[in-house]
Design a protein. Structure first.
Length: 258
């Protein structure tokens, strides 16, 4: 049974995880989460939605999301969109992705800003200030200077913060969460809450166990950012989220960077 540690009317959400199975669901419930956002790399929106629905129940809401790789592999910017009604591919221009998110009234989050070479920086966040709804100020992969910098970015542009486990490994789910002072029954409730900038609090576990999970997740970045991994995506042009895939028709032909 899930350990319910929050008062009624407060919702705990892990706003970005990359893994989802029965083990993840059990762990999320054991940590007292009410919802998590499942946004794996290089999977089509329909498949993500199906997995989220399959793993949702009365105790845990699993919300589908897409962390889109905009730009080329060598000049990429990650953006997390929640509430998409139509699929958006990877490897399109940042302008095109942001315009599409805005058109669909999605909640748009800036994950791990100015982190390594994969994130939105202050210049991009300023440019899309009216489209972005929150900036990530903590996840387990952060070092102290990443946390300070992301908080300063959120403050500078007067954007609400959020935090997530950014879990690529099952054991990290539930290490970090964001609480909101309202109940959420479905994805629309979460999207509305994020778009409205509702009050929230950032929470995470502490101690040696959390430090250990942080170290393990950071070490995992080697594979996550390897050319070997991305090479599979680009070789055929027919992978699930490549803009040339038949699933997208010709909607993104002008925006594709490959």
């Amino acid at each position: 049974m899930r350990y319910r540690w929050l008062p009624d009317g407060v919702t705990a959400v892990d706003l970005h995880v990359k893994v989802l199975d029965e083990t993840v669901v059990r762990r999320a419930k054991a940590r007292g989460l009410d919802a998590l956002v499942y946004a794996p790399h290089f999977q089509r929106l329909g498949d993500i939605e199906a997995a989220a629905e399959r793993h949702s129940d009365d105790e845990l809401l699993v919300v589908p999301g897409r962390e889109v790789f905009t730009g080329s592999w060598r000049n990429r910017r990650h953006v997390l969109a929640i509430g998409l009604e139509e699929p958006v591919p990877d490897f399109i221009t940042l302008d095109a992705a942001m315009a599409e998110f805005d058109r669909q009234n999605a909640a748009v989050l800036a994950p791990h800003p100015s982190f390594l070479t994969v994130s939105l920086g202050p210049e991009q966040i300023e440019r899309y200030r009216d489209v972005i709804h929150a900036v990530e100020t903590y996840n387990p992969k952060y070092w102290p200077h990443h946390e300070r910098r992301s908080k300063s970015i959120a403050t500078a542009f007067d954007l609400p913060p959020f935090a997530s486990s950014y879990a690529h490994l099952r054991g990290t789910v539930g290490e970090v969460w964001t609480t909101f002072d309202r109940e959420m029954d479905d994805m629309d409730d979460l999207v509305d809450t994020l778009r409205a900038g509702d009050q929230r609090e950032i929470r995470h576990r502490t101690g040696r166990s959390h430090d250990g999970r942080r170290a393990i997740e950071f070490a995992h970045l080697g594979w996550e950012n390897s050319w070997e991994k991305i090479d599979r995506i680009l070789l055929s042009g027919q992978e699930a989220t490549h803009p040339d895939h038949l699933a997208y028709g010709d909607r993104f032909d002008d925006a594709s960077v490959y």
